[in-house]
Ligand binder design. Structure first.
Ligand code: ACO
Length: 378
C-alpha cells in the first residue's frame, strides 16, 4: 500500500462518497440532495428536510404526516433518563449534558439490528423526537424547575420553544426557528459528520454515533463558535469600537469568531439567510444594537481579510437570532445539534449502505529501538 501525502486536517482529501449534500465554496452554493438551501429555507420545513436528507427523496403528503406523527409520539423521554439528567451538575455545559443523554438512549433502545430497516427508521424517529426534549429538560432542571411535557398539538419547532420557555411561542419566532433548523441540518463532511461516519463505520448503534458527533460539534472551532460570537460582540460593545477592536485582534493573531470556513471562500449562504431572519425578528420584536455591531464587523473584516476568503459563516448571525428568541447562549450549540442530528443520521444510513471501517494510516515520527529503562534508573 502506498502512503499518500499528509495533509493536516485532511484538507482536500475525500473521506467519503456521498449524495447527501453539496457545497461550492467559491460560488457560495449549498444543496441538500440537489435542492438549493435557499429554496428549502423558503418552502420546506425542518422535518420534511430531515426526511429528504435521510431517505433521499421528498416525502409525499401521507409519508410526511406519518413521519411527523411518529416523531410527535416519541417526544417524551423515560423517567429514568430524566432522573439521570437531574444528577448532572447544573454548572455543566449543556453540550456535555446532551452528549451523555444521547449516549444514554443507547442503554434503553440499542439492539444493533442494523440490517433491519425498521430499526433504522425507529432510531431516526427516536433521535429526532427526543434530542429537543433532552435539551429543554436540562435547561429547566438546571434552573431548579421540573421539565415540561412535550405538547402534541404543537409542531416540532414550536414544541421545542414551548418546552424551553414554558409558554407557547410567537408563531413568527417558531417559524424562524424551524427555518434555522433547516439551515443547520446538514453540511457535507465537516468535523462532527466525519466523527459520526467514523463511529458508524464500526457498526455501533446510532445513539453512539450521535453522541460522538455531539462531542465533536461542541468545540469552539466548530459549532461552539456561535456562542463565542455573542461574547465577542459584547466585548466590542459599540459600532465605534469595531475597527480598533479588530485591529488589536488581528495584531494578536486572534481568530475572529463566526468568520472563515475551510470550504467557503465567499459569504456562507446560510449566513445570508440567517441575516434576513434576524432582520425579520428585529422588525417584530425590536432592534438589537449588537446587530449594528455585527454589520460593521462584517464590513471591516471583509476589508481586512476578504482577500484571504474570510467571510461570515453560519455561526455569525445565528446567535443574534437565537438571543432574540430568548435562548440562552450556552444552548446555541445544542440547538445546532438538534438540527444536525438529521445530517448525522443521513450519513449514518449512507455509511451503512456501503460500509468499510475507517482505518486511515499515519506517518510515524517517533524513535525506534529504545531500551526499556528500569524505574529506579530514570
Ligand atoms: N479570523 C481571522 N483570520 C482567520 C479566520 C478568522 N476567523 N479564519 C481563518 N483566518 C486566516 C488564518 O489566520 C489563516 O491566515 P494565514 O494564511 O495568514 O495564516 C488563513 O485565514 C487560513 O485559516 P486556517 O485557520 O488555516 O483555515 P482553516 O480552514 O483551517 O479553518 C476555521 C477554518 C476553523 C473555520 C477558521 O476559519 C476559524 O477558526 N474560524 C473561527 C471559528 C469559527 O467561526 N468556526 C465556525 C466554522 S463554521 C462551523 O463549524 C459550523
Amino acid at each position: 500500500m502506498t502512503v499518500g501525502e499528509y495533509k493536516p486536517g485532511l484538507e482536500g482529501i475525500p473521506a467519503a462518497q456521498s449524495s447527501i449534500s453539496y457545497v461550492d465554496g467559491q460560488k457560495g452554493i449549498l444543496e441538500y440532495r440537489g435542492i438549493r438551501i435557499e429554496e428549502l429555507a423558503q418552502q420546506s420545513t425542518f422535518l420534511e428536510t430531515a426526511y429528504l436528507l435521510i431517505w433521499g427523496i421528498l416525502p409525499t403528503r401521507e409519508e410526511l404526516k406519518q413521519f411527523e406523527d411518529d416523531i410527535r409520539y416519541h417526544r417524551r423521554i423515560k423517567y429514568r433518563i430524566r432522573d439521570m439528567m437531574k444528577c448532572f451538575p447544573e454548572t455543566g455545559h449543556p453540550m456535555d449534558a446532551l452528549q451523555a443523554s444521547a449516549a444514554a438512549l443507547g442503554l434503553f433502545y440499542s439492539r444493533r439490528a442494523l440490517a433491519n430497516p425498521n430499526y433504522i427508521r425507529e432510531a431516526v424517529v427516536r433521535l429526532l423526537a427526543k434530542i429537543p426534549t433532552m435539551v429543554a429538560a436540562f435547561q429547566l432542571m438546571r434552573k431548579g424547575n421540573d421539565p415540561v411535557r412535550p405538547r402534541d398539538d404543537l409542531d416540532y419547532a414550536a414544541n421545542f420553544l414551548y418546552m424551553l420557555h414554558e409558554r407557547e411561542p410567537d408563531p413568527l419566532a417558531a417559524h424562524i426557528f424551524d427555518v434555522c433548523l433547516t439551515l443547520h441540518a446538514e453540511h457535507t463532511i465537516n468535523a462532527s459528520t466525519f466523527s459520526a461516519r467514523v463511529t458508524a463505520s464500526t457498526l455501533t448503534d446510532p445513539y453512539a454515533v450521535v453522541a460522538s458527533a455531539v462531542g465533536t460539534l461542541a468545540g469552539p472551532l466548530h459549532g461552539g463558535a456561535n456562542e463565542e460570537v455573542i461574547t465577542m460582540l459584547e466585548e466590542i460593545g459599540s459600532v465605534e469600537n469595531v475597527r480598533p477592536w479588530l485591529d488589536t485582534s488581528l495584531e494578536r493573531k486572534t481568530k475572529i469568531m463566526g468568520f472563515g470556513h475551510r470550504v467557503y471562500k465567499v459569504k456562507d449562504p446560510r449566513a445570508t439567510c440567517l441575516q434576513g431572519l434576524a432582520e425579520q425578528l428585529f422588525e417584530k420584536f425590536g432592534h438589537d444594537k449588537y446587530y449594528d455591531i455585527a454589520i460593521e464587523l462584517e464590513k471591516a473584516v471583509e476589508e481586512k481579510l476578504g482577500h484571504k476568503g474570510i467571510y461570515p459563516n453560519v455561526d455569525f448571525y445565528s446567535g443574534l437570532v437565537y438571543r432574540k428568541m430568548g435562548i440562552p447562549e450556552d444552548l446555541f450549540t445544542p440547538v445546532f445539534a438538534i438540527a444536525r442530528v438529521a445530517g448525522w443520521l443521513a450519513h449514518w444510513k449512507e455509511q451503512l449502505d456501503e460500509n468499510r471501517i475507517y482505518r486511515p494510516t499515519q506517518i510515524y515520527k517517533g524513535e525506534h529501538g529504545n531500551p526499556y529503562i528500569a524505574i529506579e534508573q530514570r
